[in-house]
Design a protein around this ligand. Structure first.
Ligand SMILES: Nc1ncnc2c1ncn2[C@@H]1O[C@H](COP(=O)(O)OP(=O)(O)OP(=O)(O)O)[C@@H](O)[C@H]1O
Length: 260
C-alpha cells in the first residue's frame, strides 16, 4: 500500500458504558493510527455501535478516557466531534429522502458555513464566495463517488446501495480527518459491496482519511482492514492484524464460528 500508517490519533482507554443494568462496553482499550483502516467486529449486540457513539460523543462512558489528537476529550458532543474533523455514517440511512442527492451532500458542509442565512439569501460578497466554494467541494465529492447522473434525483427514489453511497458523500463533504462508518455495506448485493469497498479504499488512499469501520461481512473486513478489534458481549476478545485475528481461538469460537 502506498499510504503510510502514522502516529496514534485516537486512543480509547478503559472505556465502560452501561445502560441501566445492561453493560454495553466493559473496560475496552484500543487505538487508531493516522491513515489506517481500523475495523470493529463482533456478533450482534457486542457493543460496536455503542463504541462509535462513544467516539463521536453521542454516549458518554461512565469510565475511561478518549484522547483525540493528543487532547483528552471530556463532555464530547456530536457537533464538537464534527468540528474536530470526525464524521460518520449510520447503520440505518439518515438522509433527507425528499431532497436531491446534491442538497443532501450539501448538508455535510453545514459546519463549515460561516455566513448567516440572511447573507446567504442576499448573496452578499463573502457569502457568495463561500457558497461557490461549498458547491465546488460538493461537486468534487459527486465526481469522486461517480454519482453525477443522479445529482438532482430525490434520495428516496434511489436504490439502497446508492443511498448508502450518498450518505458516504455527505460525510466526505465535511472533509473529515476521521471517518466512522457504521455497517456501510449492510443490505447490499455483491456488486454494490465491491463498489463501496473501492470507494472506502480510495477515500483512505487519496484523501489520507483515517477510517473506523463496523462491518459484518468478514471477507470485506479481512480484505480492507489494517487492524481489527473484536468485541463480544461488550468485552474485547481480540485485536490485531487480520491474519492474527482470524487465527485467534476466542474470536473463532465467539464470532467466526457463528453464522454472522
Ligand atoms: N440507547 C441504549 N439504551 C439501552 N441499551 C442500549 C442502548 N444502545 C445499546 N444498548 C445495548 O447495548 C448493547 C450493545 O449494543 P450495540 O448496538 O452497541 O451492539 P452492536 O454490536 O452494534 O450490535 P449490532 O451488530 O446488532 O448493531 C446491547 O445489549 C444493546 O441492547
Amino acid at each position: 500500500m502506498a499510504r503510510e500508517i502514522g502516529d496514534v490519533v485516537l486512543k480509547m482507554e478503559g472505556i465502560s458504558l452501561s445502560f441501566g443494568g445492561v453493560k454495553a462496553l466493559t473496560n475496552i482499550s484500543f487505538d487508531v493510527r493516522e491513515h489506517e483502516i481500523r475495523s470493529i467486529i463482533g456478533p450482534n449486540g457486542a457493543g460496536k455501535s455503542s463504541m462509535l457513539n462513544v467516539i463521536n460523543g453521542v454516549y458518554h462512558p461512565q469510565e475511561g478516557q478518549v484522547t483525540f489528537r493528543g487532547e483528552v476529550r471530556r463532555d464530547m458532543e456530536p457537533h464538537k466531534a464534527a468540528k474536530q474533523g470526525i464524521a460518520r455514517t449510520f447503520q440505518n440511512i439518515a438522509l433527507f429522502k425528499g431532497m436531491s442527492v446534491l442538497d443532501n451532500i450539501m448538508t455535510g458542509r453545514n459546519l463549515k458555513m460561516t455566513c448567516n442565512l440572511f447573507q446567504h439569501a442576499l448573496h452578499w460578497g463573502a457569502a457568495r464566495k463561500e457558497e461557490i466554494e461549498h458547491r465546488r467541494k460538493v461537486e468534487e465529492v459527486i465526481d469522486f463517488l461517480e454519482i453525477q447522473s443522479i445529482r438532482k434525483t430525490p434520495v428516496g427514489r434511489l436504490p439502497y446501495g446508492l443511498q448508502k453511497r450518498v450518505e458516504l458523500g455527505r460525510a466526505l463533504a465535511a472533509e473529515p480527518s476521521l471517518l466512522l462508518l457504521d455497517e456501510p455495506m449492510a443490505g447490499m448485493n455483491v456488486e454494490e459491496k465491491q463498489d463501496m469497498c473501492r470507494f472506502i479504499l480510495d477515500v483512505n488512499d487519496q484523501f489520507g482519511t483515517t477510517i473506523v469501520l463496523i462491518e459484518h461481512d468478514m471477507g470485506v473486513v479481512m480484505d480492507i482492514s489494517d487492524r481489527v478489534v473484536v468485541l463480544d458481549y461488550g468485552k474485547k476478545i481480540g485485536d490485531g492484524e487480520p491474519d492474527e485475528v482470524k487465527n485467534n481461538p476466542d474470536v473463532i469460537s465467539a464470532y467466526l464460528g457463528t453464522s454472522h
